[in-house]
Design a protein. Sequence first.
Length: 457
Amino acid sequence: MIKKAWGGRFESNPESWVDAFNASIHFDKNLIDQDIQGSIAHATMLAEQNIINQHEAEQIIQGLKEIQQDYYNDNLELSESLEDIHLNIEHALIQKIGQVGGKLHTGRSRNDQVATDMHLYAKQHVHEIIELVESLQQAIIKIADEHVDTIMPGYTHLQRAQPISFAHHVMTYFWMLERDKSRFNDSIKRIDMSPLGATALSGTTHPIDRHRTQELLGFDNLYENSLDAVSDRDYIVETLHNISLTMVHLSRFSEEIIFWSSSEANFVTLSDSFSTGSSIMPQKKNPDMAELIRGKVGRTTGHLMSMLMTLKGLPLAYNKDMQEDKEGLFDAVHTIKGSLRIFEGMISTMTVNEERLHETVHQDFSNATELADYLVEQNIPFREAHEIVGKIVLWCIQNNKYLLDVPLEHYKSYNDKIDNNVYDYLKPENCLNRRKSYGSTGQEAVYHQIKVAKQLL
Ligand code: ARG
């Protein structure tokens, strides 16, 4: 039976199944690097402050580095009875270097220790997520660059609405991701804070130097209030929110890709390397990657809700409820990183079926607004023009035609101001190129948009 770090006031130990319920080691071992980094900074500061001597600090730091090696060499025994990564490391340290290892926890508590680990973890991973978002944005720009002049139907209510540029459509996701990135970037100032030295809740009588550990750990700032330092999990909620919203954006894009790659739309073809088949239907090629990403937003949003609920009504300062902050964050980080990587691969290798898109915008009524605008140019009030075009569209539907097929005499029967130039006017490419308004789908505006986007990366 391993002796508990807190065993002094106990007459008996919890049974192993109770220990198992209490333990977090099977997931917080994920924090080994951060925990060792925090401990090395703490030991360094303790020696500088003469709270321990230099030789003791060296022994401790050397021991910690060896434990980290042992872990990666699969040579570190982790025990549920030692609860978590912090107590497992302390135990291993004392076994390795003797009782001097017990000096490491001077002027520190697991409460500020675990908060430090989580801040280090969140900071590192939010930076990595930002890089992955940026890399996806690059991939989007590349597609946009190639498809400024590829025309596709733009939808509202999933009904063909007006022709737009394929580049304009995909660039929408660039801007969503740009806002996501800005939210992640903004959150860093709240993540980049050192709680170390807050100790259990009230600070310590030992002459520690919190500014020094802040500096050693590369934190930009430190908590002003020791209670706040150990009780704050806002940055975890915020990170889960930012992850969830980014996942929502990926799920919207996924949904479009699923639709675009359907047999009905056939706007894009996903590469074999990012598709899967069916065990029964030999003809199938399924967009599983996009579906999985669309589905995974459920779990990240679940983690966000779960963290909010865990914190609701939680009194100060540390409560064991807070141990529940880890699995959700680790899973959300893992999920978004995987999703961003897969998404980038999936869209970079898909083929845009230009011919099919061309055919599509020639076989719909997405140029109906243009016809109304044409009539407006002939000085007909827009409301009246709308009514006329509505009638023409109805006639076309009944007679199996599109607006470009309507004979001129028939047009003239609605309004004799309609002339031969209407056919040029209604061509999808002209619908786009007449759009000059800032941020529109017109060629020049899209080129400008892409230029602005490139400057942001
Ligand atoms: N495993 C704990 C957690 O993840 C570490 C902090 C424990 N502190 C305590 N006083 N029991 O939150």
